[in-house]
Write a new protein. Structure first.
Length: 108
């Protein structure tokens, strides 16, 4: 596999790219939607909400956690997950800039 060039970009750009990549899979979006719906930290109920096997859900949770979009705390034998709102604020700020940018009439 070739070398990446991420070190040639600003930290902020790499952070946004990491967050965007993490939400680039439908299963991860479904996990985020579920966490939004329950509006609290949940332990173990995520697998029953998705049409995926437990190891697959665990891998998607790991990706979301590694990106910083969710937090996971160990409670007894399980891990409880909740959204990390600071990460979503960074995405909101970035995409708000994109949405609010005015295109000129000369844009293709």
């Amino acid at each position: 596999m070739g070398a990446t060039k991420t070190d040639q970009f600003a930290t902020r750009i790499n952070h946004i790219a990491k967050l965007a990549k993490a939400v680039g899979h439908p299963a991860r979006v479904a996990i985020i939607e579920h966490l939004l719906k329950v509006d609290q930290c949940i332990c173990g109920d995520i697998v029953s909400e998705l049409p995926l096997a437990q190891p697959t859900v665990s891998q998607h949770l790991k990706e979301l956690k590694n990106a910083g979009l969710i937090k996971g705390n160990v409670e007894g034998n399980s891990i409880c997950y909740c959204l990390d709102h600071e990460a979503f604020e960074a995405l909101d700020e970035y995409f708000s800039k994109v949405v609010s940018a005015k295109n000129s009439d000369t844009c293709c």
